[in-house]
Design a protein around this ligand. Sequence first.
Ligand code: PLP
Length: 437
Amino acid sequence: MNDFDKTIPGGADRSEAYRRLGISDKVLSFADAVLQGLGEQFARIDAIAEYNQAKVLGAMQEHRVNATHFNPSTGYGYDDEGRDNLERVYAACFHTESALVRPQITCGTHALALALSANLRPGDELLSPVGAPYDTLEEVIGIRPSTGSLAEYGVSYRQADLREDGSFDYDAIKNAIDEKTKLITIQRSKGYATRPSFSVAQIGELIAFCKACKPDVICMVDNCYGEFVETLEPTDVGADLIVGSLIKNPGGGLAPTGGYVCGRKDLIERCAYRLTAPGLGREVGINMGMLSLFYEGLFLAPTVVQSAVKGAVFTAACYEKLGYRVVPGSGEIRRDIIQAVELGSREAMVAFCRGIQAAAPVDSYVTPEPWAMPGYDSDVIMAAGAFNQGSSIELSADGPVRPPYAVYYQGGLTWYHAKLGVLMSLQKMWEAGLVQL
Ligand SMILES: *Cc1c(COP(=O)(O)O)cnc(C)c1O
């Protein structure tokens, strides 16, 4: 028994509990040593969560959330007060004039496609000043030819790449903005790219620059994976629109589906007319009985994100100590919930992902294998045992099986589950003889 175990009231043996889950003492003591060094990072993450919890609670109280707001609706969904009030709560939380938060928005890509197609017209140009957008947006925009893309509707696209060091190329951005430029899309999280993720402050500087070049340009931020990681959101620093998925951060792990768009009233109205039909807009669309999950998920989101961010930092610190390259480093201030670990071999990726899977509450007995996937030029391995299919605010890991054999780790509904996932990944790596502890 180590000192840690003696502090559990009633004398329960923590090491024994972990042993029953398959974690050996060697792995546990390695992790304990790593955790000793994370006090400052964890304190910062806690302070952000505390602030955001107050922010979300304030928005709910301001809009007098009550039990009638959880009632299901049917048919057209006219006068769905719970739905309308949830949108007021989102708007209050993100400090915007308006919001659209709907189960009919099927995922993040759909929410982004909605915001773009609602606010661009033939002849307009879309600009990404932060390099290539998220994979799935290539088909939305028509960078890769695709049925129904913006390109098919006569919307053109331009991109200003980041500089070598990951910073904004202001000269290139200025050159790219002209009389056609209608909307600028900024992706906050790196997603699965190698560039850094942007802080809200950096996004604010970029928006200010773009608006100085062209005051009436619409600035939209792809907020996926970024919500509640900082105390400010892009709408606090000049973004006209933010867009995201409810099976990521703001759904708090409870929302079974859905997406949101928050921002300027006129732009959100256009989104509503595009989502349903001209003339109908936000007045129609039932809540599918999901409102209590949407409200409660938003209420939990700050602490769920706190857990996920702690898991990401802990992953970074463990694998850094073992000599692997991690992005971002364990001491860096977090901008999103994603952690990349370059594991250097196929075997290590497989062992890591098997650990994450074995730690899951759902499908823990499944063994992930690298497999060919449509749209990828190499095998892909994925580990996820989630309550909601594909939810990446729940603990998961994945990556393309090719050099540098980087695995992307994200999510964790509770810190202790995120921690167990990392412990189990270390256990599997250790059992396979890939690391020495
Ligand atoms: C996840 C994600 C998307 C797309 O969301 P889906 O729900 O997977 O369609 C877009 N942009 C970023 C940055 C993301 O992380």
